[in-house]
Each structure stands twice: as structure tokens, then as C-alpha cells.
Write a protein that binds this ligand. Structure first.
Ligand code: AHR
Length: 531
């Protein structure tokens, strides 16, 4: 691990916790944040490069579920909601701010009951079905062409998830052909042209099933591997190099991984580029109501992503020593109980507050630190759902604090990670038993003279005064952007969209060492121009 928690200096901040409000009392906790505490340091080691941070690590997930597609993305061309050919304009404008990311579609569980043909051809003629999640009509107004258009408008790359649960290899292979074959080359390519798109969609990322251990067919790993081989056998890319993704484990299930890979090896290694794990860190308390212990417990659960990556990577390496297959986390996020939906039709919609923003930030830092192992990650889900970046309801639209974290972290994209050492006392909390969470963690990356450092400070009530060093270089100028709030459950609403937004300021910091202050419960980005 590039980041260590110094356990020798781990302290119990009982007095500090008490000053933030007794652990166990319900939020909103208003935090004072006036004291500084024990010595903490962050050292960036410029001469120790790590992995390349691909924009795909900042990917999104969009499923036909609740209000994600209908209302969130698709409002229809005749809507009064400002749109571009039926696609919500405000969403496009915001997603463009996330960089050249990847967007996964159409599920999720929905993908394993989806026939792509239902979503092509003239919209007025498309069949209406029942959705996968609820017995409500799926109009199929948003299909492959609309999704590709959405991606193109956003400057994002598409990732299509194929149906292994109820579909056939033939259906899957024909979807690839429909998307990628050049005009005139095959009948399906001509059908695509007739449906409005002469240029091939050139889809690179293809998922072969979703959660095949669960809603995607309840396979054993061996049976799924057999299906995987059938779906990927002699699959032309039509000039597009295909990146094929298998359905990986539920959380850190090593048995699923080992059994799949054992069979995969015995099967002379069907073409496989990525192994996609899903990790939902769940909830503690409720989306907007939680105790101080639950604040820390939530962050600790999100931080288990680190263990998952390390363990899964090691298990994959037992069968694929050269690590040709990379890890993906194509669904992740907090998942809170019902009760904060903005619209009752938006299944699994939840309000995201400052706490979710810290979970997002520490997860993105984890991906950055392990960038050599991970090819893609997709937060679940983009709009009106779990760990969402946006809420949209009719003509109303608002970005959550999660969006601002993704935007803050964008400068890491397409840069080289550099190792960072963090020394800070852990914070203890109670969740059934005494546990602990890091106080400060983060990641660093460099592009020429630009050094980007992001830091999550978990302490709920006290700032951290951090001694910051750059080994192998020196700062000419430092700017600090901070996302925080005095109330831990603070969130943005349609009425008050700027409650939790980052503030950026120039600092007097110069040279190879300086002291910087991280406010309590905060995400910071330091933009350092090197001399
Ligand atoms: O994101 C919601 C659902 O969670 C997805 O459809 C499924 O893959 C996961 O279980």
C-alpha cells in the first residue's frame, strides 16, 4: 500500500468526539472545528511513479431502473424540459464536466433481461414491456441509438452490458455487429444506418452478463465461465478492439473469483480483458440521519474497497501471473434505506450528503493509488438513484456533493500517479466493537509541472494541521479547493443547490515543505505548480 496509517501513534480522540456531540446522538451535528491536533504529515514522493490514472476510473453507471433513464436522462424530444433530441440538456452539460469518462448501460440486473432489439427502430413502433425491477411499463424509447447519442453529447465512451441471464450468444454477437460493423458490410450495419446512424458506434467495452452469481442467472462460477466462453467465442470486433468484461464477485468473494479463473484457465483462456467486481458499502443509520459513530463506520465500510482490490488482484494473479486481465469495479457506492426519494417513482433514489461525498472521495483516492490494477470503475448510479451525482425531476435539476467530488478529482485523470506517504493518528469509534478509521488519506498524481494531491480528512469536528513535504521537487504555487460543511448531513436541494460546493483559494505555500490545514469532515485538492 502506498499509504500507511501509523498505528504506533493511533490515539483515541475521546475528548474530541465528545466535543462534536455525544456519539450516539442523532445528526445534524454542527461541528465547531477550531482546534488543531496531533502531528500529521503527508509526503509526496515525486520520484516514485505508480499507475496511469485512466479517465475510465471515474466512470458512471446508468440502468433502466426507477428514475435513472426516464426523467433522469430521457425526457423526450417534445418535453418542455430543455433537451437535445430528448436528452436532458442540464445533465449533458454537467456530465461533460467529468472528463472523458465511460458510461455503463443498460444495467445492472436490467441488462440480463433485455433484448437490445426492443430499443432500436422507429420509437413509435418499439414494443412496450414490463421493466426488470417493477411491474411498470418499459417504453423502450431510450435504446442503443439514444444511449450512444447521450455518450457522444457528453464526450464519454459507451460500455454496453450484454444479456447472459435470459439471452443467447447469438443475440449478444448481433448487438456487437449492429453497433460496430461498417455501413454496407452486413445487413445489421445497414439496419443501423436506416435507423439513423451511418457511422459505426465503435463500442469497445462489452460486459458479458451482470452479477451472474445473482440477478444475472444465479450461475455457479463454473457454469458462468462456460457461458462466458460461448458468448465470446469467435466474436468479431469489426475493426474495433473489443474489451470483454466478465461478471466478477459480489464484494470481496474470493471463491467466485478463484473458481471462475480456474475454469477459465482450463478452457484455454477465452478472450477476457476485465474482471468486474461490485462493491456496495451499504449504509449506517440513514441517508441523512446518523450518529457520530455511524459517520465513521460508513467511511470505514467505504474504505474496505482497498482490501477488496488487493485481495482480488492477488487471487487473479494465481491464475493469470502476467496480470493481463485487469480489475474493474463497475458498480460501487453507499446504499441507504428508503425514505429520501424526491419522487416516489424513482426506485432506490436517495439523498446524498457530505458523508457520501467523503465516501466517494476516499474511493476515488483508492482507485488512484491502485491505478495499475484497475481499468475502470462505475459509480452506481448517475442520476436519481443510489450514490447519485444528480437529482432530476421534471424541469428541476441539482448536482449532489458527489458530483463536486468527481469534478474536483478530474485533474488526476490521464496523469501518472505518484506515491504518497501519510502519517496520521487513526480515529477510534464504536460499531458493535471498537474499530478505527484513518484520519487522513489521499492520492497524488503528476503531469509535467502540475502536481495534484487530493486528501480526505475524516475527523468530524477538528481540523488537521498537516506538515506537507514534496520529496524530489518544490512548490512554486499552491491552490487549495475544499469541500466541507459545518453539518455532516448537509446536502444540496432543488431550492438550495449550492449548500455543499467546493471553495477554492490561493495559498501562500511555497517550497518543498509547508503546513496546510484540512478542515474537519472535508475533501481537499491541492493544485501544486512545481518549480
Ligand atoms: O444498482 C442497482 C442494482 O444493484 C444493479 O442492477 C445490480 O447489478 C446491483 O445488484
Amino acid at each position: 500500500m502506498s499509504q500507511r496509517i501509523n498505528r504506533r501513534t493511533a490515539l483515541v480522540h475521546c475528548a474530541q468526539l465528545a466535543s462534536a456531540g455525544a456519539a450516539g446522538s442523532l445528526l445534524p451535528h454542527t461541528v465547531a472545528g477550531t482546534q488543531t491536533s496531533a502531528s500529521m504529515s503527508v509526503t509526496v514522493l515525486l520520484n516514485e511513479p505508480t499507475g496511469w490514472i485512466k479517465p475510465a476510473l471515474y466512470g458512471q453507471f446508468t440502468e433502466h431502473i426507477g428514475g435513472v433513464v426516464y426523467d433522469g436522462i430521457w425526457v423526450g424530444p417534445n418535453s418542455k424540459v430543455p433537451n437535445i433530441d430528448g436528452i436532458r440538456r442540464a445533465l449533458v452539460e454537467h456530465v461533460r464536466r467529468l472528463g472523458k469518462i465511460v458510461i455503463r448501460w443498460p444495467g445492472g440486473c436490467f441488462a440480463d433481461a433485455y433484448d437490445w432489439r426492443d430499443g432500436s427502430g422507429p420509437r413509435e413502433k418499439r414494443p412496450r414491456r414490463f421493466g426488470r425491477w417493477e411491474e411498470v411499463t418499459e417504453s423502450n424509447q431510450f435504446g442503443t441509438h439514444e444511449f450512444i447519442k447521450f455518450c457522444r453529447l457528453c464526450g464519454a465512451e459507451p460500455y454496453l452490458a450484454g444479456n447472459v441471464g435470459t439471452g443467447t450468444p447469438e443475440q449478444f454477437q448481433r448487438w456487437v455487429e449492429y453497433c460496430n460493423a461498417p455501413a454496407g458490410a452486413t445487413s445489421l450495419a445497414d439496419e443501423r444506418v436506416a435507423n439513423g446512424d451511418r457511422d459505426p458506434f465503435r463500442v469497445h467495452y462489452w460486459g458479458v452478463g451482470n452479477e451472474s452469481w445473482g440477478c444475472g442467472g444465479k450461475f455457479t462460477p463454473e457454469d458462468y465461465c462456460t457461458q462466458y466462453r460461448r458468448f465470446t467465442e469467435w466474436l468479431p470486433g469489426y475493426g474495433v478492439p473489443l474489451y470483454l468484461i466478465a461478471s466478477g464477485p459480489n464484494g470481496n468473494d474470493l471463491d467466485w473469483t478463484r473458481r471462475f479463473f480456474k475454469k477459465w484457465k482450463d478452457y484455454a483462456r477465452a478472450p477476457l480483458s476485465g474482471w468486474a467486481a461490485h462493491y456496495y458499502c451499504g449504509t449506517t443509520g440513514h441517508a441523512l440521519k446518523f450518529t457520530l459513530d455511524q459517520w465513521y463506520e460508513m467511511l470505514e465500510k467505504a474504505n474496505r474497497m482497498e482490501r477488496l482490490i488487493v485481495d482480488q488482484w492477488a487471487a487473479m494473479g494465481e491464475f493469470d501471473r502476467a496480470h493481463k486481465v485487469k480489475l474493474l469495479i463497475d458498480e460501487w457506492g453507499c446504499w441507504h434505506p428508503k425514505g429520501t426519494e424526491l419522487n416516489p417513482h424513482h426506485l432506490f433514489e436517495q439523498k446524498s450528503c457530505l458523508r457520501d461525498a467523503l465516501c466517494a472521495a476516499l474511493t476515488l483516492d483508492t482507485f488512484n493509488r491502485h491505478a495499475e490494477k484497475i481499468d475502470m470503475a462505475n459509480v452506481a448510479q448517475l442520476v436519481n438513484n443510489i450514490h447519485t451525482l444528480f437529482h432530476a425531476d421534471g424541469d428541476k435539476f441539482v448536482a449532489t456533493p458527489n458530483f463536486y467530488v468527481f469534478e474536483m478529482y478530474r485533474p488526476h485523470q490521464d496523469t501518472r500517479g505518484v506515491r504518497m506517504d501519510v502519517q496520521a493518528p487513526a480515529i477510534k469509534f464504536h460499531a458493535g466493537r471498537e474499530q478505527q478509521i484513518f484520519r487522513v488519506a489521499g492520492s497524488a498524481s503528476r503531469a509535467d509541472r502540475k502536481l495534484t494531491v487530493t486528501l480526505v480528512h475524516t475527523h468530524a469536528s477538528e481540523p488537521a494541521e498537516v506538515s506537507f513535504s514534496i520529496r524530489g521537487g518544490s512548490a512554486d504555487h499552491v491552490q487549495q479547493a475544499v469541500l466541507t460543511h459545518k453539518t455532516l448531513s448537509a446536502h444540496n436541494t432543488f431550492e438550495n443547490p449550492n449548500e455543499v460546493v467546493p471553495q477554492t483559494s490561493s495559498t501562500p505555500h511555497r517550497g518543498a515543505t509547508f503546513t496546510c490545514v484540512l478542515p474537519p469532515a472535508s475533501v481537499s485538492r491541492l493544485d501544486i505548480v512545481l518549480k
